[in-house]
Design a protein around this ligand. Structure first.
Ligand code: WTA
Length: 646
């Protein structure tokens, strides 16, 4: 933790949408009179049928339920597109920057309307209707936004799967929600490398019966197989479709999308978000957190495969009529200046990125940044993982030239949008702190037994009351939703994060306290990686924990016990690493595999992960009590063979 504190710059406090006093007043209103606060905030959207009820929520088992604006009707796509046409049809909605600099694309709101309407009609023509699921497996190209919005327009539920996931992971996600149709591209491009998206879909669909059609965007022009009767070229489908598609009136609580995310146990969960509350939350947080003004060029560098891309590349930004930048590529291609060149090229005002990218760029030296202007930047944002003070300071001094406040936004797939953050015109900044709660967010820190901790303290982070952007259920498993989030501390939403509150009331997220790890800002369940490892014929048992990693934040440390008579060779180590990449996707590549003849277990057979974590963290002076282990000598072997990563 750093002690530095940066006051709100004069120009910001004088002109900001939300200054310190206004923050206090609005926070109090949202806490004490949510009806009045949210009735007003919800007017930022166009409602087909106005709601009369605002909040109807309970986290208690007896009357558990989460409903917002429950009798209202609206259409999310109409809110993101149609209602802007009167004033800004010819303004740019999406700027697309391709993987390699060159053929960028600007899509006006008028064009967006036509693209989305045609695609919506093409979906209908292929049998997709209200409530049906559509899986989107696309690179960062405008079609990803078209696809999401086309689903929203007709009331279909989209499930975007990150293009870096393997056929197996994709197939599991298609199957879990019974998607009827998949939208993909021939190939993706990342840093000049081709990603075989369509081939992955073909592989995934070998085991999924529900999908009857696949729409394929021609992107790289690479050679792919098209299956007769199933696969359709996207361009042909929309050319044949009418550009006129009325937006389906949706109840506020009708599902908008499913997004799979990792938890501490089992398979990834289908986090379900609904229409009204989610869009109010996305739009409100986009406006206040980023102090968004009409005309601003807004760039969220996240992939639409993650929730950050959903809420800030697409829904929040477009609901507010913004110009949103979509970048297909990576920060180091063709060189380490790329982010800042894009900032200059489009005169980006607000840049929102992940600490992992900043750390990687910081390592390359300041010259890559300094040779660009960046004068257009007004505000910087960070998301996805704790930002270490060193990276924060670099972002602030070198990238933002001490001119741009940094909003360090803490939130989760489950929360729909930002929950805690500094507000640029209201909050002095402390490097590494997500600062203060958003309007309507009631954080609470508890100890392991659920005792509420007041004042400056350290513990587990809960939220005690609902907010409009909250997930509503786990797709197909409402009981799992309740069990996962509301039973650890009854009556409260448990975030899974550890948190410290300092004497000024600032919150500092300290990382996950469950078996979820955060690798380069990507959330991963250790259980998923373990089950991938044990699926290998030579592996008897595996335990995966996080370890500190200088670039990724956390790395993946896997302890593997082989079947009897298998030799722990270097070759097998490499094979297992490839195996996990193949099973889950490259983002799950283990950093370390340590072969262990046995894992430390209690007498009842439970793996003592605490010990495994300490070894992976190189904190071995502090292993704690190991006398309860069935065989304490196991630890000696682990210590002797631990793998330290520089
Ligand atoms: C972590 C991403 C510290 C946290 C939006 C959370 C953060 C998990 C921050 C959710 C932040 C996200 N500071 N930690 N500013 N933002 N996290 O679902 O552990 O991909 O629980 O949502 O990322 O990851 P998810």
């Amino acid at each position: 933790m750093s002690d530095a504190i940066y006051p709100v710059p004069q120009e910001w406090s004088a002109n900001a949408k939300i200054d310190g006093a206004r923050y206090e007043a609005l926070y109090a209103e949202a806490a004490n009179d949510p009806d009045s606060f949210w009735r007003r905030e919800a007017r930022r959207l166009d409602w087909i049928k106005p709601f009369t009820k605002v909040k109807n929520t309970s986290f208690n088992e007896a009357d558990f339920g989460i409903k917002w604006f429950e009798d209202g009707e609206l259409n999310v796509a109409a809110n993101c597109i149609d209602r802007h046409l009167a004033e800004r049809a010819d303004e740019v909605a999406i700027i697309w920057e391709p993987d390699s600099p060159g053929a960028e694309r600007r899509i006006t709101y008028r064009e967006l309307h036509e693209e989305v309407s045609r695609l919506a009609n093409a979906l209908k023509a292929n049998g997709v209707g209200k409530g049906d699921r559509v899986t989107i497996y696309l690179p960062m190209i405008p079609h990803a936004a078209f696809a999401m919005l086309a689903c929203a327009r007709i009331g279909a539920i989209h499930s975007v799967v990150f293009g870096g996931f393997s056929p197996d992971s994709l197939g599991g996600r298609i199957e879990d929600c019974d998607s009827k149709l998949v939208i993909t591209a021939d190939e993706g491009l990342r840093g000049g490398k081709r990603v075989p998206l369509k081939a992955n879909v073909d592989e995934a669909l070998k085991n999924c019966g529900s999908v009857s059609k696949v729409l394929v965007v021609r992107h790289t022009g690479g050679t792919i197989a098209m299956q007769d009767g199933r696969d359709i070229w996207y361009d042909e489908a929309i050319a044949a479709a009418s550009p006129d598609c009325p937006a389906e009136p949706m109840n506020a609580e009708d599902p908008l999308f499913i997004l799979y995310t990792s938890g501490s146990t089992g398979k990834p969960k289908g986090v379900l978000h609904t229409s009204g509350g989610y869009l109010v939350w996305a739009s409100m947080t986009h406006e206040y957190v980023f102090d968004y003004r009409p005309g601003d060029i807004f760039w969220c560098a996240a992939d639409v495969g993650w929730v950050t891309g959903h809420t800030y590349v697409v829904y929040g930004a477009l609901a507010n009529g913004a110009t949103t930048v979509m970048f297909e590529g990576v920060p180091n291609h063709p060189d380490f200046s790329r982010f800042w060149q894009i900032v200059d090229k489009y005169q980006v005002n607000i840049f929102y990125g992940a600490p992992t990218a900043l750390r990687a760029l910081m390592r390359e030296g300041d010259e890559w940044v300094k040779k660009t202007s960046r004068k257009s930047l007004r505000l910087l944002g960070s998301v996805g993982e704790p930002i270490n003070p060193e990276a924060w300071e670099w972002y602030y001094h070198v990238v933002g030239e001490e001119r741009c406040p940094i909003v360090d936004t803490w939130w989760q797939t489950e929360t729909g949008g930002t929950m805690m953050t500094p507000l640029p015109g209201a909050t002095p900044l402390k490097p590494g702190s997500a600062a203060i709660p958003m309007f309507g967010v009631k954080p609470q820190i508890v100890d392991a037994d659920g005792k509420v901790l007041d004042g400056a303290t350290d513990g587990n982070l809960c939220i005690t009351d609902s907010w409009p952007g909250q997930m509503r259920t786990v797709w197909g498993d409402h009981e799992r939703f309740f069990q996962t989030y509301f039973t650890t501390y009854p009556g409260k939403y448990f975030t899974g994060d550890g948190c410290r509150r300092d004497a000024d009331g600032y919150y500092w997220i300290t990382g996950r306290v469950d078996d979820v790890i955060n690798v380069s800002g990507h959330r991963m369940g250790t259980a998923e990686i373990e089950s991938a490892l044990v699926a290998h014929a030579k592996v008897a048992e595996a335990a995966v924990v996080g370890m500190p990693h200088p670039l990724k934040g956390q790395g993946i440390y896997a302890y593997v016990t082989l079947n009897a008579h298998e030799e722990p060779t270097e070759e097998l180590r490499r094979e297992l690493i490839q195996w996990v990449r193949h099973e889950i996707g490259p983002i799950a590549t283990p950093d370390v595999i340590q072969f262990a003849p046995a894992l430390p277990k209690t007498r009842s057979g439970k793996i003592m992960r605490r010990i495994l974590r300490k070894i992976a963290e190189d904190d071995i002076g502090n292993l704690g009590d190991i006398s309860t282990l069935a065989d304490p000598s196991v630890v000696d072997h682990l210590l002797e063979h631990r793998q330290l990563v520089a």
